[in-house]
Structure formats: C-alpha cells, structure tokens
Design a protein around this ligand. Structure first.
Ligand code: ATP
Length: 467
C-alpha cells in the first residue's frame, strides 16, 4: 500500500501525543523553540547514543572516549577562532522587529552564496526589496555579524565564559592528557558525546535547529604523511552506515562537498552528509579535514607542545585530523521520520489479498535496537486477577532484561495502537488459555502476526527477535 506523505506536523504531533518530545516550558507559553525529551524520546536518544558509542568507541581499538565540561577556559575559543569568527549574518525587520539570517534571505532570493559579505547583503536586501517572511514589509536594518556563542559569568574569573558551541574544543585540549595516560598509537581518535550551545538567529523545524543540542564528535588524528583521501572516504562511508543503522534509507542521503572557495584556509576537504527532511535536503552530519589547525593554534596559545612522538621512526610531529561530526538531535529526527509509517489495516477473515479497511494504523518501524520499549505485556482483561497476576510476573522477569511496559488500560486494540505508535517490536498477551497451556500470544509490530509462545521460552524468543 502506498506510503502517505510524511509531514513535520505528523511527527511533531505524534511526538507530543506519545511522550517522545514536548515543547519546553509550555505552561509558560513555550520558550524559544526549545524542547524536552519525554520518557520515550529519552529512551530513543539513549539508544542512539549507545549505538554510536558501541560502533565508534567500544568496538574499535583505535578510538577512546572522553566527557569534558561545557565551560572551558575562555582562551580555548580565542585560539580556535570562535570569539572572532563564529558569526552568522543578521538583519532585523524594522516593521515587525523580527530578526532573520540575512544570508538565508539573500541566498533564497538570488541563489547566490553570500557568506561573510555583509555590505553586499545590505545592498541586495534593499535593491531587491526582499520581503520580511513574517510581515511582508521590506524595511531592513543593516546586515551585521552576530557571534553565536552564549556568554556567562563564573565566580573568580574576570572575563566572560562561554558555553561551548561544539564538543570538539574539549577534545583538542585533552590531546596531551590522552597521549600521556593512554597507550594510543597514531592513527587514533578521541570521541565525545555532549551538549553544545549556539545562539542561532532563527531556530526552527522542530529539533533540526535548536539552541541547546547534542553532538557526537570524533577527532581522528593521523600522520600528515599518510594518504588521507582513503581515510576520508572511509569515514564518510561509516557516517552513512551509521545513519542507515538508524533506519535511514540510502536514497534519502546525499553528499555535498564544500566548494574550494568556501573552505576554511586550513581545510583540505569538507563534506556535508545531507538527509532528505520534509523541508528539503539539509545537513545531518559533516566530515572535515582540519589539518593541524586546532592543535597548532592551541599549542601557540598555551605555549605547550602538542606533538606526537613516533617512536618507531623517531619523529615528532603535529598530527593532522579528520573531524566526523554527528548531530544527535538531527539523528533523532531522521530516525523518527524514517520510522514513521501509515498503513491501512487489512480486513480480518480469510486471506483476501488487497482488501483493506479504511482504518489507518500508525506504526513507528524503528530498527529494534532503537525502539524505546522492546516488549509490552498485557493481561487480556484488567478485572481478572489471575490474568493480571500472570502478566505481572512475566513483566517482572522481562524488565530485568530490557525496557518493558505493563499495560492493562482499555481494550487490546487500543493497547496495540499505542505500542505501534511508540514502535514496540513485541506485545505479549496473557489470556485464559495461558493459565492452562502456559503460553502467551506474541504479536509482531511489523507483520501483526500472532504466535503462541511457551512462557518459559518467552525471554529467549524475544532476545532472538530483538537481535
Ligand atoms: P548548519 O549549517 O545546519 O547550521 P553547521 O554546519 O553549523 O550546521 P556543524 O558546525 O558542522 O553544523 O555542527 C555539527 C553538527 O551539529 C551538524 O552536522 C548538525 O547535525 C549539528 N547541529 C549544528 N547546529 C545545530 C543546531 N542548531 N541544532 C541541532 N543540531 C545542530
């Protein structure tokens, strides 16, 4: 049956209705496009982090993980160029006072890449009479750069302290400690998952662009004499592979290489991996060759040698680095969009190929590893203590193995519907026969097929199915 169009409205509504993601501070009227992850969203997020950590840290001998702080020495951001260069171009509408990304407005109207050319953007906004997306007026302030870092204060520190705008900063400044404490040999990587903060001029498209988000980043250090092109290609493939492990279709991904003219002076190559969101192909992940820029900058600014000693060849050098970066929130959004399925429910009765009722079931077909709840256990009827007792005892056993849920609300149909919408791979129902034959009915999320499974073999059955 034909897949219905997936819109952001459908995803946003399901996320709220089913406890994945809520607009934050809603009781105060909402707050600045920020969101809270609800119970199922938190499970989904943790499962994605776990999958990433297993793939890129636990299962690799050449990558170690760290967990650095959000507030770093202010000099870190001077050395990395963020205090002066981490800017977006903005213009305010003088009529409705709303603020916009000037480069986006101009690029949309002209198709030209305007990065950094503030005066030209001011001129184009005027000359082309570009309209305010909010109030349709065409009365703009001058285009200005706005630094995207959040500033705060810290007791005992006499200068502004920044909330990190990316996790990578904390990795570079621990490079020396990793060399001194771990037995890493080049090429090797340092990985980190954590919050990053950017004072985006315009946030939006649900959790695609928010001001407080999470990144999963790796700095992969290698000998500058090494042929980096193959390594670059390998990392791109690994990034795409990871997206597909979230359920993303290969055809919904594409690569966008930054043109040479747009590259930072230190980068040999940068590629965005884009995903086909309902609002167009947009960056999901990125991969950048950053040369020795970061280590050299931190070395100069801190007066510390940040070199690697190659004992085999008796050589010292500053390694070059590839930076694969993965947005966690955009991963969650891509996983939600890829899982969302609407299906007409087949009519009951003997097999009648192509006969569908008008009822639609919404089912989140997450890869099983990502599903927030792995199995739900139901007593057929709530008011039969012997069924409830049996179902509870099954639930008590299974919850020790994986995330489970017990549900005795409403009728079985409603319970299935709810579990489908949160993507639970298996539902286990205890009925009157269970008391006699010591078996329960297991219903599969994707096929809706039901199978009778002996209760003492249930755990094995589910563990195998969840692999
Ligand atoms: P964009 O062009 O969309 O602003 P970017 O090029 O600034 O992204 P990077 O600096 O490469 O992004 O950040 C690495 C990753 O962090 C991105 O690939 C994306 O997944 C994620 N990311 C960046 N900004 C945001 C944000 N405001 N909200 C959510 N995720 C973000």
């Amino acid at each position: 049956m034909k897949q219905q169009e997936i819109t952001m409205e459908k995803i946003v509504s399901l996320c709220k209705r089913r406890g994945f993601i809520f607009p934050c501070s809603e009781i105060y009227g909402g707050f600045a496009n920020s969101y809270s992850f609800g119970p199922y969203g938190t499970e989904l997020k943790n499962n994605i982090k776990k999958l990433w950590w297993e793939k890129f840290v636990s299962q690799r001998e050449d990558i170690v993980g760290i967990d650095g702080p959000i507030l770093l020495h202010p000099k870190v951001w001077e050395a990395s160029g963020h205090t002066t260069g981490f800017n977006d171009a903005m213009a305010d509408c003088k009529e409705c006072k709303k603020r916009f990304r000037a480069d986006h407005l101009v690029e949309e109207a002209t198709g030209r890449d305007m990065e950094g050319r503030l005066e030209e953007m001011t001129k184009i906004l005027k000359e082309k009479k570009i309209k305010c997306p909010e109030c349709q007026a065409s009365n703009w302030t001058e285009v200005k750069n706005l630094n995207m870092m959040f500033k705060t204060e810290m007791n005992g520190i006499n200068e502004p302290v920044y909330l990190r705008p990316e996790t990578a900063g904390a990795i570079f400044i621990e490079f020396k400690n990793i060399l001194d404490s771990m037995r890493v040999k080049i090429p090797f990587g340092i990985a980190q998952i954590g919050k990053a903060f950017r004072n985006e001029i315009v946030a939006g498209n649900f959790i695609f662009r928010i001001r407080e988000f999470e990144q999963m980043e790796i700095e992969y250090f290698f000998n500058p004499e090494m042929k980096w092109e193959d390594l670059f290609e390998k990392w791109l493939k690994l990034q795409e592979e990871f997206a597909m492990e979230l359920g993303v279709k290969k055809t919904d991904l594409r690569r966008l290489e930054h043109p040479k003219a747009k590259l930072s002076h230190y980068s040999k190559k940068t590629v965005d991996i884009e995903y086909k969101f309902p609002f167009g192909f947009k960056e999901l992940y990125g991969l950048a060759h950053r040369g020795d820029f970061d280590l050299s900058q931190h070395s100069k600014a801190s007066n510390q040698k940040l070199e690697y000693f190659d004992a085999e060849n008796n050589k010292r050098f500053i390694p070059h680095v590839l930076e694969p970066t993965f947005g966690l929130d955009r991963s969650i959004l891509a996983a939600l969009l890829s899982a969302y399925t609407e299906e007409a429910i087949p009519t009951p009765g003997p097999s009648r190929e192509g006969n569908y009722s008008s009822e639609i079931r919404i089912v989140m077909k997450f890869p099983k590893k990502l599903a927030p709840i792995k199995a739900a256990v139901f007593p057929l009827l709530k008011n039969k203590p012997e069924l409830v007792k049996k179902a509870k005892s099954i639930y008590d056993e299974l919850k020790l193995k994986f995330m489970c849920e017990f549900d005795d609300h409403g009728n079985i149909g409603k319970r299935y519907r709810r579990q489908d919408e949160i993507g639970t791979p298996y539902c286990v129902t205890v009925d009157f026969d269970s008391l006699e034959d010591k078996a329960a009915t297991v219903r599969d999320r994707d096929t809706m097929k039901q199978e009778r499974v002996e209760i003492n073999k249930l755990e094995n059955y589910l563990v195998n199915g969840l692999r």
